[in-house]
Design a protein around this ligand. Sequence first.
Ligand SMILES: [Ca+2]
Length: 337
Amino acid sequence: MTDRGRYLCLVLRVGAVGLVLILLAGCRSGGRTDFGQAVPVIFDTDIGTDVDDAGALAILHILADKGEARILATMSANQNRWCAPAIDVINTYYGREDMPIGCSKTGPNPEKWYHDSVGDFPHDLSSSEDAPDAVGLYRKILATQPDNSVTIVVVGWLTNMADLLDSKPDRYSPLGGRELVEGKVKELVSMGGRWPNSPKGEGEYNFRMDGAAAHKVISEWPGKIMFTGLGKDVMTGGRLVAEGPKDNPVPAFYRNFFKGHKVSERSSWDLIAVLYAVRGLSDYFTAVSEGKCIGRKDGSNQWIPGQPSNHSYLVYKMPQAELAAVIEDLLLTRRVR
Ligand SMILES: [Ca+2]
């Protein structure tokens, strides 16, 4: 090879390495996946106590349709009889009628709005009692996943996470729950808490509904937790109800909720948790990581500033109205099958 040839070869190599570095930097700052891989997600909800759970599951399906997420399972921490059927109608509408559904057998059991429309849409599960125990299903699924790969997004109380930590070796895995989580879970995203602190004795709803579980998970979870807690002022659902397809159960659930509560929009707590779980900080959020959360058994929480720990909490970067438009556009995205 001539000197000129060697020089050209060197320039090309340096250029290629630079391009790879630029691509890597772009992936780290713009999202959670390396080179566009779908994020494997388990969705855990208290569906029925508020309507944002239905919206959150809907946008998770949409993000899966777009190739950004891969839904491994859908779980209810609310053991009410209507929860699994409500999840089933949404999974079925979005073409994932065989998606595994697990249900807590130990959690709280409130019954509110959701059953009003469940019967109007196709589904198989007629009662949560027919769904397998969520903890067993978690163990079965986690055992088969690559190490440090799974994102769990909990948009209700933390009952299933506490029960998973306490779970014993079984036919799916020789590991106890804590070791299984440590091996397989990349990140737990919890829609819970008020940040940086809840008023004394006034725990946020999801922590308060199972305060013992929140205390246990916050104290003992062996991996990274992102507490989201945002969404009160990010109002969505209005355009979905006005423009959403008639055969989609999610606008119907929102319509029931709006009618029952005499409102025309709803806060987006659970949808924001899903958005972060799949897209990461993106242009939407920043995170506070310097410190650690203390969770008390009454459901209250306090952030102790200090060295970075396995805890972080989310902070808005994008104005709330813009974030609402991003979410509403996702809610109105048509299913692909
Ligand atoms: Ca919820």
